[in-house]
Design a protein around this ligand. Sequence first.
Ligand code: K7E
Ligand code: CUA
Ligand code: CA
Length: 648
Amino acid sequence: MSNKTENSTKETAGLGRRRFLNSAALAGLTVGVAACNDKPAAAPAASGAAAPAPAPAPVASAAGGTNVHLKPGELDTYYGIWSGGHTGDMRILGLPSGREIHRVPCFVPDALVGWGITNESKAVMGTKPDGSLKYTVADTHHTHASYKDGNYDGRYAWINDKINSRIARVRLDYFVCDKITELPNVQGFHGIFPDKADPVDPAINYTTRVFCGGEFAIPLPNNGQDINNPEKYRSMFTCVDAESMEVRWQVLIDGNCDLTATSYDGKLAATNQYNVENGIHYEDMMSAERDACLFFNIARIEEAVKAGKFKTIGSSKVPVVDGTREANKDPKTALTAYVSVPKNPHGVNASPDAKYFICAGKLSPTATVIELAKVLDWFDGKMEKLDDAIVAEVEIGLGPLHTAFDGRGNAYTTLFLDSQVVKWNVDAAIKFHAGDKSVKYVVDRLDVHYQPGHINGSQSETRAADGKILAVGCKFSKDRFLPVGPLHPENEQLIDISGEKMVLLADHPVRGEPHDFIIFKRDLLKPKQVYSHDDFPLAITDPKESGVTRNGKKVTVKITSQAPAFSLREFTVKKGDEVTLILTNLDKIEDLTHGFAIPNYNVNFIVNPLETKSVTFIADKPGVFWAYCTHFCHALHLEMRTRMIVEP
Ligand code: K7E
Ligand code: CUA
Ligand code: CA
């Protein structure tokens, strides 16, 4: 970009641009990249204009010592769990190489594994009374893993679906989705974060709850009444049980939840909020100068639920407590606390020293640092003014969205409009805010390519933040990769943060459109490579059990696979039968996966070592159908097939 140099040498933008940002929102302009038209070169991709030929990018030599180019056979140091965005999936990357190793289907069908085809996956995804999938679209933004002692324990990861307000759990031993829960009375479920400890019982120092922020306020109940009555519009903050995946409770709140964070002691959860105005029209949502970071006192909420101080909404049986501003004015009894932050904030992130939540300003060029001990003081009646919990509010650049940490006291915030990552020191910002204007809290700035959203560092959201690498999800890649038509990939850039200065290490194209991700040490996970028959109630443990059994029109076909053959060479059913085919892969060697596809029957799925899956279909077409193995397994893989005969 010809004028990137100009951008990078500019200090925090001048007042004029800042004013523009404030007035842009009021004027009803689209907030975001396309709106920032006094910085035209920063956003040609959004406007559809052809990007100018790029100047040769400054190629980073890996000064900090992180080598992104692994030798053949060399393994990555870190796992990365990425949300896939509106592809609706979860992706597993290796870092620092940036290689995509796996995709975990959860909310939407997946052709490789047969997710949405097999009975087992359909049971997880949810079906309509006729057996078809309830939903086939999803939008995953945020993924976080379960904790123990302030670090990941390798049990689970959770991911949200914003479109249909669903939360999915992925088992990290097999990297498969095992449960999906739809949140009642919520639209636009966005922020998600597991707790890290129990607020009351210190023995429970691991995740037992997952918190979910509802972004879109809707009339409650949403049944076609009260469409034009903003008073009836509310959003909800939801607590889901980490093990059962049942919804435990909800909190009715003012405003819209954006991202979510949890404290290391389990006492507090928070969500950044815009639209505390409770506007139901676009412009109304941006009228107040300050919105809020809304804190939830988890122990008090659960006491209130236990004491029966709740209502239910619509057909949902989930207890809903009142977390609105009006009902929570007395700190001694308050369930919630609305700490003010500049208008329309976005990300909120917990610092690895467990002391602060940091709110990124989005429409404001600031980061707000909130001290958690002080929020607890307010709840305890020891601090009068809640906003005294704000220990810093400093300018860091234009369009701050998300923040990561290095464990050495520094924060790294993405600046969407400036196309930069800014490294700033939290303690220095606190000193500056307290009055020492000689303190320089901005440590470094680095141009990224382009318009970054989420950012995360290695181990950044744990007490073990290691300050090695940083990944940045750039929403526009423009000229960074070979052109492939109008749709550009995203650019997940990798930055070395081991030294004082950030060093850009690599660009990685990814299929749209990841949002949040986490990066953690590979030894925190011990994935299994072979299933156990015990995992599957339908497992066929002996090929001799193979065969066809009939019960009226219902036919069960049991079949096993062992390279390079299926146990049945052929099987016969009758036209009109409801066929349930159960396939167990008896190969127990790592990496020996088989597939099973039936021509013209829309059936294709895989079975991993010792895995069992089933499909059910109506044999409505007579004829011969060569069901064959789709997954390369053996020199005789192409021959691996069975003849399905459907008699007329
Ligand atoms: Cu910033 Cu949905 Cu996390 Cu996207 S949200 S970037
Ligand atoms: Cu079995 Cu290919
Ligand atoms: Ca607002």
